[in-house]
Design a binder for this molecule. Structure first.
Ligand code: ATP
Length: 336
């Protein structure tokens, strides 16, 4: 890797680097390089590093610097995405071209649901947020981040980092075990303790999944529900994306209420398109979509929250009927 940052890092002494990026201390501790000479440029100081220590980590002098540059870049990206304090959606046009008169600002930790008939435009609204629309999609909506418009450069630079999308179908192409997959992801996100965060994420995923699995299970062998549980936990525990979009996770074989709570607890902005009353009412606000436009914004009332407990009981009954049918039992009026 030869680029500016690499050259700058290689030419700094450890002392200078730590003064500029105190967080880099974690990196050196992780690779057992905390005693590196701090009076020489890093590229030279590494000549004095214990070769066996480097070999233990599968590294050499050049790859240590590559990893350090990657670490510093990831930390910088994380800072940028963590700095999202709010997003604002400005109305555009309905399918018939009428003005859509609403402005909605959403902050981290908030859950907003999107309801409306089939084909009304729920997924389109999620897609507008995903691409940080700037009046250039069929709806002509605009999405502001921290109250500001995004110039194309910034918009595309943020692409994929700001927004995580969870949908019904998740496919894995790598043949790793669940444990390996999570640890690989934790390492690529430069977590200081990848094994610990991978274990936490595994526990969270298993909590969400209807059928349990082990860290040794291959990701390609997970059922649809299990892989969704894994991706939801992964997004909650590891992803730096501050905005999570969920397109219909009903019947997904995961504990969907807990999944949404888990994401919101991790200070994400969560938007869910749903036909499921439980998810719709769990949100603080719901957007009602009609004919491609936001027709109403309703705050969930205390009465609605009270009804939620009753709906949860109904839902538990339906789930138990589903489980009985799955295990080959017959359904009688007393089961209900
Ligand atoms: N304001 C709009 N202007 C133009 N086209 C729109 C607008 N809103 C939605 N559409 C288009 O209408 C179609 C249906 O919308 P969408 O798929 O978002 O519906 P949905 O509510 O998610 O449906 P379902 O519940 O069946 O998944 C899409 O082709 C979408 O691009």
């Amino acid at each position: 890797m030869t680029d500016d940052l690499y050259d700058r890092v290689a030419g700094r002494t450890l002392r200078e680097l730590l003064a500029e990026h105190p967080v880099a201390a974690d990196f050196f501790v992780n690779y057992n390089l905390q005693n590196l000479r701090d009076d020489l440029p890093l590229a030279e100081a590494l000549d004095y590093a214990d070769e066996n220590t480097l070999i233990d980590f599968g590294l050499d002098k050049t790859t240590v610097l590559d990893q350090l540059v990657l670490f510093l870049r990831t930390v910088a990206e994380e800072k940028q995405t963590a700095a999202v304090q709010e997003i604002t959606i400005l109305g555009g046009r309905t399918k018939s071209g009428e003005a859509e008169e609403f402005t909605l600002t959403i902050q981290p930790g908030e859950i907003v649901s999107i309801v409306g008939p089939t084909g009304s435009g729920k997924s389109r609204l999620l897609a507008d947020i995903e691409c940080l629309a700037q009046r250039d999609t069929p709806t002509k909506r605009q999405v502001l981040v921290n109250g500001r418009e995004l110039a194309d450069e910034k918009r595309f630079a943020m692409d994929g980092r700001l927004v995580a999308q969870l949908s019904q179908n998740m496919n894995f192409v790598m043949d790793l075990s669940v444990g390996e997959f999570l640890e690989m992801h934790a390492k690529s996100r430069m977590h200081p303790d990848p094994a610990k965060v991978a274990a936490e994420c595994f526990a969270a995923a298993n909590d969400l999944a209807g059928e349990k699995f082990t860290p040794q299970t291959k990701v390609t062998q997970l059922s649809g529900g299990q892989s969704r549980a894994l991706m939801i936990a992964d997004t909650a525990c590891m992803s730096a994306s501050p905005i999570v979009l969920i397109d219909e996770i009903e019947n997904a074989g995961v504990d969907r209420r807990q999944a949404v709570r888990m994401l919101a607890k991790n200070e994400k902005i969560v938007l869910i398109s749903t036909h499921d009353p439980l998810l719709a009412l769990m949100a603080g606000k719901r957007l009602v979509i009609k004919n491609g436009g936001v027709h109403k914004i309703i705050e969930t009332t205390p009465e609605e929250r009270e009804s939620l407990a009753q709906i949860e009981r109904l839902d538990t009954t339906i789930q138990s009927i589903r489980n009985r049918l799955r295990s080959g039992e017959k359904i009688t009026p007393d089961t209900i």
